[in-house]
Design a protein around this ligand. Structure first.
Ligand code: OAD
Length: 404
């Protein structure tokens, strides 16, 4: 059956509608996207699933392990790497994930007396009881946590010119703090970088919200009176649409991806979790996680076939992100590079662009060092300015240059 008439079949119309309802962009004029999207589910709805999904292509990497992925990268086959991450990336920084029994956030919200744990991120609950989210936001507000080894690995991928994009579900902005360029990060569930009124959508300076949240109920109540509505950071709550940038870049990125790395996520929240199925059939996929997730056999859309005989491209590293990525870097001969980036440390977000502008690798490192130590630099210059007029003059000029 030619593709256009296939698209009119009622089962297919239903499927397309389902995907659109989940916030995905479905372009019916793009035969490649159609074929990719529909392959598994369409085949199933037409009763021919066995014919298609049982075909096993040849392995796309020599061995389905970390060494195999390292070899694939070393052979220059991974030029456009997408990394999809979740809360497990930041647990080593001291931020709990959501669903790990006992330590996950959803097991530790009793004091808020919620109807169910996810209500903390529900817009209806927020309207009625804003205090719970505001109190949590005070703890989660970026600034208290430092990037992990895994975050610096993202930066290393960028420095190597391999990172096409990092899609993160996290709201901690640690990718940026590790020095990954803002344009290479898609905050699929938003973050604390901006804020809006929840009724009119008016933009509110985020610093105002942060100050209010730090002051507790008195602060956020005053902010509400000032703006005539509740104000919330641009974190995506349940029931809200994902950012337009996520949907736009998703389409352009995933079809060209030649290596997908997924780490620290339970892959249970749609539409994010479905993205693992959007890469092409020949794209290897590496999952670094404490547990197996996103399995096709458990219903994940074009999910991982880890542990199955018909697996020809999926690799699972069972364990902590930091450990798995250190193992990968060792196999790649990148251990020293990773250690250097970690030694440089976090980058001040507002100074990020200038370090990218420095051309030579030596200059880059120097720029990065300045970024990593910007707080200490300002302090040292301030002290110099106080103790000596000459040093003070030089200090002021340096200060001015650093602050540009
Ligand atoms: P989850 O808490 O659902 O999953 C975290 C996953 O990371 C689990 O599989 C853990 O076993 C694993 N993990 C934890 N620490 C790890 C470590 N150091 N190394 C490797 N793996 C580790 O978190 P997410 O998948 O990010 O949405 O949750 C997705 C979304 O659900 C969140 O963005 C949030 C939440 O509701 C919104 O708030 C909209």
């Amino acid at each position: 059956m030619p593709l256009p008439s296939l698209l009119q079949a009622p089962e297919v119309r239903q499927l397309i509608q389902l995907l659109r309802d989940k916030g995905l962009t479905v372009d019916e004029d793009d035969p490649e996207q159609m074929a990719g999207l529909l392959q598994t589910r369409l085949a199933k709805s037409l009763g021919i699933s066995a014919d298609i999904s049982d075909m096993v292509p040849d392995k796309v990497i020599p061995n389905l392990d970390i060494a195999g992925i390292a070899q694939y990268i070393q052979e220059g086959k991974a030029k456009r790497v997408i990394v999809m991450v979740g809360a497990g990336l930041s647990t080593a920084a001291g931020i709990p994930d959501f669903r790990t029994p006992g330590t996950g956030l959803y097991d530790n919200l009793q004091k808020y007396n919620l109807p169910d744990p996810q209500a903390i991120f529900s817009i209806d609950h927020f309207r009625k009881h804003p205090g719970a989210f505001y109190e949590l936001a005070r703890d989660l507000w970026p600034g208290n946590y430092a990037p992990t080894t895994a975050h610096f690995f993202l930066r290393l991928l960028e420095e190597k010119g391999l990172l096409l994009r990092c899609y993160t579900q996290n709201i901690d902005s640690l990718e940026e703090l590790a020095g990954v360029s803002r344009e290479l990060v898609v905050a699929a569930h938003g973050n604390f970088s901006s804020a809006h009124g929840i009724d009119t959508g008016v933009a509110v300076p985020v610093q105002e919200l942060q100050n209010a949240v730090q002051r507790g109920e008195e602060g956020w109540a005053a902010l509400r009176s000032k703006w005539g509505e509740l104000v919330k950071p641009d974190i995506v709550f349940f029931g809200e649409a994902l950012p337009e940038r996520f949907r736009r870049l998703l389409r352009q990125d995933f079809t060209q991806c030649d290596l997908l790395i997924v780490m620290g996520t339970s892959l249970v929240v749609a539409p994010f979790c479905e993205c693992i199925g959007f890469v092409g059939d020949s794209c290897p996929r590496l999952l670094v996680n404490r547990e197996l997730v996103g399995l096709e056999s458990r219903g994940a859309y074009r999910g991982f076939r880890i542990g199955e005989e018909r697996n020809y491209r999926d690799v699972f590293y069972e364990g902590d992100c930091d450990v798995g990525l250190e193992a990968l870097c060792k196999d790649l001969g990148w251990a020293e590079d990773l250690a250097q980036l970690k030694a440089i440390g976090p980058v001040a977000p507002h100074r990020q662009k200038s370090s990218r502008a420095v051309g030579s690798s030596g200059g880059k490192l120097l720029g990065a060092w300045f970024n990593g130590h910007w707080g200490a630099m300002h302090l040292a210059l301030a002290v110099a300015a106080v103790i000596s007029p000459i040093a003070g003059g030089i200090a002021l000029r340096c200060w001015h240059a650093l602050s540009k």
